[in-house]
Design a protein around this ligand. Structure first.
Ligand code: ADP
Ligand code: MG
Length: 274
C-alpha cells in the first residue's frame, strides 16, 4: 500500500527578511551551495527513511517530540514533497504526479487526521465532513442527500450528533478533533493517516475513537498509519516503527496482517485482550 525509499526531508531555516523580499536581485538562498555570506542553516528532519506498509496493515509510528513523525506522515500521504527519496502510494509514484494529481489521489484514497485539526473555520461541523464527499470523483460521488446522511452518521458515530451546526470556534479541542476524524472517514479511504488522533480526548472518548479506527480496518481493510503515544492504541498495531534521529531506529512486530482489501478476514489479535 505504501512504499517509501530513502525519504529525506530538510528544512532551510532562513527567515525571509524585508530586504530580501524587496530586492529580487538578492541571491536566492540555496541549500549547501557555497559563496553566499548569509547561508541558511539546514535542518535534516528525516534522513533516509525506508518503510513499507502492507494493505490492511496497522502501523504505529513512535518517537520523541520533534523526531519527524508529522513530517513523515505528510510525505507518505502526498501532502508534502520530500527533499530526496520517493513514495509510492496505492501503487502510484507520488513523484510522477503534480499537485493536482496528488490532490486527486488523496481525495480518492487517503484520509488524514491532523494533529492540529485543520478544519475550515467558516464551515459548520457537518459542512466540514461533507468536504471530502464533495471532492469525490463522479463515479464515487453520492447524491447530496446521501452525502448529508453519511456526514451526519459519521458525526453521530464520534458523539457529535448534537453539534452539527457548530463552527470550529464553537467547539472544544476534543470536539474539533472528532470532527476531523469524521471528515477523515468520509471518503472511505484505502489508507488513513492519523496524527495523534486521541491527543485531545479524554480516556473514554479516546477508546471509542480507537475502536472506530480498528472497525474501519477490520470492516473495510483500511490501512492505518498512526502517530500516537497512546499505549492502548499502539499495542493493537501490527507493527510499531520507532523513529529517532531522523531514521527508523527499530521496528517492533506485534502481529501479522492478514492483508487483502475485502476486510473479510478478521485480524489476528495483536497484544491480546484485556
Ligand atoms: N516547515 C518547517 N520548517 C522548519 N522546520 C520544521 C518545519 N516543520 C517541522 N520542522 C521541524 O522539524 C522537526 C520535526 O517536526 P515534526 O515532524 O512536526 O515532529 P514530531 O511530529 O515528531 O513532533 C521539528 O524540529 C520541527 O521544528
Ligand atoms: Mg507531530
Amino acid at each position: 500500500m505504501i512504499l517509501a525509499r530513502n525519504l529525506t526531508q530538510r528544512y532551510s531555516l532562513s527567515i525571509p527578511t524585508v530586504a530580501s523580499r524587496a530586492d529580487p536581485a538578492d541571491e536566492p538562498v540555496a541549500e549547501g551551495t557555497s559563496g553566499g555570506s548569509r547561508r541558511a542553516p539546514v535542518l535534516t528532519v528525516l534522513d533516509g527513511v525506508d518503510l513499507e506498509v502492507g494493505e490492511g496493515e496497522v502501523v504505529v509510528i513512535l518517537g520523541p517530540s520533534g523526531s519527524g513523525k508529522t513530517t513523515l506522515l505528510g510525505l507518505l500521504a502526498g501532502l508534502d514533497r520530500p527533499s530526496a527519496g520517493e513514495v509510492a502510494l496505492a501503487g502510484v509514484a507520488l513523484a510522477d504526479l503534480d499537485e493536482e494529481g496528488r490532490a486527486a489521489l488523496r481525495a480518492d484514497r487517503v484520509g488524514f487526521i491532523f494533529q492540529s485539526f485543520h478544519l475550515i473555520p467558516t464551515l459548520t461541523a457537518l459542512e466540514n465532513v461533507l468536504v471530502p464527499l464533495e471532492l469525490l470523483d463522479r463515479d464515487r460521488a453520492p447524491s447530496p442527500a446521501q452525502a448529508e446522511a453519511t456526514a451526519r452518521g459519521l458525526l453521530e458515530r464520534v458523539g457529535l450528533g448534537d453539534r452539527l451546526d457548530h463552527h470550529p470556534a464553537q467547539l472544544s479541542g476534543g470536539e474539533q478533533q472528532r470532527v476531523g476524524i469524521a471528515r477523515a472517514f468520509a471518503n472511505q479511504p484505502a489508507v488513513l493517516f492519523a496524527d495523534e488522533p486521541t491527543g485531545n480526548l479524554d480516556r473514554k472518548t479516546g477508546e471509542e475513537i480507537i475502536n472506530l479506527l480498528f472497525e474501519l480496518n477490520e470492516q473495510h481493510g483500511t490501512t492505518l498509519v498512526i502517530v500516537t503515544h497512546d499505549l492502548e492504541l499502539s499495542r493493537r498495531a501490527h507493527r510499531i516503527i520507532h523513529l529517532a534521529g531522523g531514521q527508523v531506529e527499530r521496528i517492533e512486530v506485534l502481529g501479522t496482517c492478514t492483508g487483502g482489501g475485502s476486510g473479510e478476514a478478521p485480524r489476528s489479535g495483536a497484544g491480546g485482550e484485556g
